[in-house]
Structure formats: structure tokens, C-alpha cells
Design a protein around this ligand. Structure first.
Ligand code: CMX
Ligand code: CO
Length: 146
């Protein structure tokens, strides 16, 4: 079951300058940043709020790391802007399978690694009224050491 907006993915040419815009304009701070080479992105997650399902909602700012990455291709065509929306679920495998059964193309056979150790997959934008849609299951919260 999809229980939150996990994040909105925003493509930008210059991650540091875009992070600074969100900090100076809204006061949002970087919660986490990483490079995901498989996806071809350098990214910053700005946490907006916790959600009632135990997760949170973020903005995901994305800068391409290589010319052949999906985000580089998209930026070249569209310029900067909203690239995708991501819904959070406790079980990305089950939700992706159920959505595939409804005739929507799921882009990965198996979920791949996303931000902060999450597991992610994508639905084809042409099957989702023009919206590239990601499904996310967050990494389990590690229990504190005793
Ligand atoms: N939102 C809406 N439509 C999109 C889109 C997007 N982000 N990206 C592509 N499209 C549309 C294009 O406009 C194009 O439509 P037209 O044929 O009408 O012009 C069509 O989809 C095909 O686009 P394309 O430019 O030829 O791109 P590809 O088919 O090569 O790739 C996609 C599209 C969705 C398969 C690819 O972007 C993909 O695999 N995305 C998933 C991975 C990803 O986006 N990773 C980066 C984020 C990582 C993260 O969130 O952690
Ligand atoms: Co994303």
C-alpha cells in the first residue's frame, strides 16, 4: 500500500547552487547527500516532514554525473524542473507486482538501490499520464546499539 509522498525529484544543472536556493529561500537543509552511480546522479535529500507511516517526505535534488544518465538526457530536453514523484510503501515488491498486473510498465525486474539504502523501482511515465513515478521502500531503521 502506498502511504506517503516519499519525495519529489527535481533535476538541476548545479546541485550546490540549487541546494543553496532551497536553503536561502525556504530554510530547508540537506538531510543526506550521496552519489548513485547506477542512476548517474549526485543527489541531496531535503527532509520536509515526517509522515504518519513512520517515514518522511523529502525533496530530492538531482544533478547528472554523466552525459548518458537519464537525468542528463531529460535536462537537455526540458531544462530544470520536476522530474519525478515517488510514493512510499512498506513493500515495494508487492506494490510493483500489483501495479504491473494493472497493465502499467514497471521499469525494473527487481527493485534497485535508491537514496539512503532504500529499494526503488519506476513506472513508465507514458503509462502514468505523463508522470515518471517511483516506488520506494525505505531501509529498515537500525535499532540502537546496547
Ligand atoms: N517525466 C515525464 N515524461 C518523461 C520523463 C519524465 N521524467 N522522461 C521521459 N519522459 C517521456 C519523454 O518526454 C518521451 O516522450 P515523447 O516520446 O512524447 O517525447 C518519452 O518519455 C521517452 O523519453 P526519452 O527521452 O526517449 O527517454 P527514455 O525512454 O530513454 O527514458 C525513462 C525514459 C522513463 C525510461 C527513463 O528516464 C528511466 O529509466 N527513468 C527511471 C530512472 C531515473 O529516472 N533515474 C533518475 C532518478 C533516480 C532516483 O530517483 O533516485
Ligand atoms: Co527519486
Amino acid at each position: 500500500m502506498l502511504t506517503r509522498i516519499d519525495h519529489i525529484g527535481i533535476a538541476c544543472f548545479d546541485l550546490d547552487r540549487t541546494v543553496e536556493f532551497y536553503r536561502a529561500t525556504y530554510g530547508f537543509e540537506v538531510f543526506h547527500s550521496e552519489v548513485n552511480e547506477e542512476q548517474g546522479v549526485r543527489e541531496a535529500m531535503l527532509k520536509i516532514n515526517d509522515t504518519s507511516d513512520g517515514g518522511a517526505s523529502y525533496l530530492q535534488l538531482l544533478e547528472p554525473t554523466r552525459e548518458d544518465s537519464t537525468v542528463a538526457k531529460w535536462l537537455a530536453k526540458n531544462g530544470e524542473g520536476v522530474h519525478h514523484i515517488a510514493f512510499g510503501t512498506a513493500d515495494v515488491d508487492a506494490d510493483a507486482a500489483a501495479i504491473k498486473d494493472k497493465g502499467v510498465r514497471v521499469l525494473y525486474e527487481e527493485p534497485r538501490r535508491g537514496s539512503m539504502g532504500s529499494r526503488i523501482t519506476f513506472l513508465h511515465p507514458k503509462d502514468c499520464h505523463g508522470v515518471l513515478t517511483e516506488l520506494v521502500t525505505s531501509a529498515p531503521v537500525e535499532s540502537p546499539e546496547h
